[in-house]
Ligand binder design. Structure first.
Ligand code: FAD
Length: 305
């Protein structure tokens, strides 16, 4: 039986692994993807992590993982399917049929993109509809693309796409953007970006791939077609907390209720990073959560001796 199993190796899971290993815990990290780094891997440029201005997200993910590897953290590539609370131990089932045991578990499964839920979105996903501008932007070089959303990620996506697309539309349902001022200024200075405030996507249309969006102006109630070959959806995130649904520790938004010590009301179960209910979901807060969760888990494991 391990002292600690960490589920997920994004910034929160990797930070937890570093702190747990240094605290002397027998630690295993479970990650479903072949690469660690989580959402950071899909980030073109990270400009707000202290000491690493402008770092490429992929490089950052690799550096985080290298740090954990250097300390000898043990990793296993697998999808966690369930967590069972068996009193003094937690039993984790994984997709290769294995069952792993630990005294404590840190849930660091992060978040995934939210969907628009409009006709055509599912049908054209991978054929013009994308949730990652850094991953797919290059396919739309010289073409027209639309970004949907008004937060930091939407603004960053539009700025990134404007470097290669002929024209970028930013569609936002509100009449002002939510993203950081510095990003708003950068975006508004770009000649090939048009911001459509108070507009929503009603449908994504095309034959074999995206050709146009049916868009509605919420002020005038008028709908019209907007020509674009790519649609980048950046309308928020959804926490990945299905694994802890049986423990009844999530709020109505699906986030795990846990304080700064990352302890949930289930003994031995901790939550770190984007899964946790908190005001700011960023790399720096995920990393901080990882450290706090590992320290709380170490104290819990010691208390079980
Ligand atoms: P994640 O990064 O989501 O990692 C979760 C990990 O858990 C993943 O590796 C996933 O594969 C794994 N996992 C999930 N379920 C399972 C399972 N059942 N079994 C095994 N493994 C599982 N933040 C900033 O600070 N600055 C930025 O500039 C910035 N830009 C961003 C740009 C984009 C496009 C996006 C999407 C996010 C950005 N963020 C940025 C936010 C930041 O990336 C997140 O806050 C951070 O990655 C959260 O870390 P995490 O470890 O909690 O979760």
């Amino acid at each position: 039986m391990h002292d600690l199993i960490i589920i997920g190796s994004g910034p929160a899971g990797l930070s937890a692994a570093v702190y747990a290993k240094r605290a002397g815990l027998d630690t295993l990290v479970l990650e479903k993807n072949p690469m660690s780094g989580g959402q950071v891997l899909n980030t073109y440029e990270v400009d707000n992590y202290l000491g690493m201005p402008g770092i490429n997200g992929f490089d950052m993910g690799m550096q985080f993982r290298e740090h954990a590897d250097k300390l000898g953290v043990e990793f296993k590539e697998c999808l966690v399917c369930s967590i069972e609370d068996a009193g003094e131990k937690k039993v984790i089932s994984v997709d290769d049929g294995g069952r792993l045991e630990a005294k404590a578990v840190i849930l660091a499964t992060g978040a995934v993109h939210a969907s628009l839920c409009v006709p055509g979105e599912e049908r054209f996903t991978g054929k013009g509809v994308s949730y990652c501008a850094t991953c797919d932007g290059a396919f739309y070089r010289g073409k027209r693309a639309a970004v949907v959303g008004g937060g930091d990620v939407a603004l960053e996506d539009a700025i990134y796409l404007a470097r290669m697309c002929e024209k970028v539309y930013l569609l936002h349902r509100r009449d002002e953007l939510r993203g950081a001022d510095i990003l708003q200024r950068e975006l508004k200075a770009l000649p090939n970006v048009e911001i459509l405030y108070s507009h929503v996507v009603e449908e994504i249309q095309g034959e074999d791939s995206v050709e146009r969006l049916l868009v509605k102006n919420l002020k005038t109630e008028e709908s019209f077609a907007l020509e674009a070959s790519g649609v980048f959806v950046a309308v928020g995130i959804r926490p990945v907390t299905e694994l802890v649904a049986p423990f009844d520790i999530c709020d109505e938004g699906g986030y795990v209720a846990a304080g700064e010590d990352c302890a949930t009301k289930t003994q031995g179960l901790f939550a770190a990073g984007d899964v946790r209910k908190k005001p700011l979901r960023q790399i720096v807060t995920a990393v901080a959560d990882g450290a706090n969760a590992a320290m709380s888990a170490a104290a819990y494991v010691r208390s079980c001796l």
